[in-house]
Design a protein around this ligand. Sequence first.
Ligand SMILES: [Zn+2]
Length: 163
Amino acid sequence: MTDSSGYDYDPKTDTVRVGRHDLARLLLQFRTELEANAGPDDRWRHMHDYDLSFERLADAVDSGNKPGTEPDMWMRCKRTPAYEWPDLAPYRNGQGSGTHPARIGKYGTHYVLYSSPSGRSLCGIIFMNSEAKKTTGAPTCTACVRELELMCAIPAPEESPAP
Ligand SMILES: [Zn+2]
């Protein structure tokens, strides 16, 4: 749907439609800037969080690939100091350990991490442990499946010696 301004914007879903090529170029440039300026004087410091939004945009670019094609890792967060990953398993050790498929109330099935008294899905849902029921098989949430796949595909950084 194109609104009266001529841009492809859907007010019902607050979604803007952009070209895949333009989005891919933007993501690659952002990653380049972010990683080139990592350090104490980093002007991108405010963007150093683990950013689900950028991973979702990379998912959108990858969605145009042929089925079975590997994700374009250039557009993904790396395990470098340029990114701040959650200090939780599976992010801490990079092996995907500590996750379980579970149904979270009415939100479908996700990979979840349990910590007392609440938990968190890999796609970012915070829940009370009483709301989640363990299931089997891969979750229906594509973001959770992507997170675990990336976790296993991106090598963990070398451990730095304690100061
Ligand atoms: Zn999820």
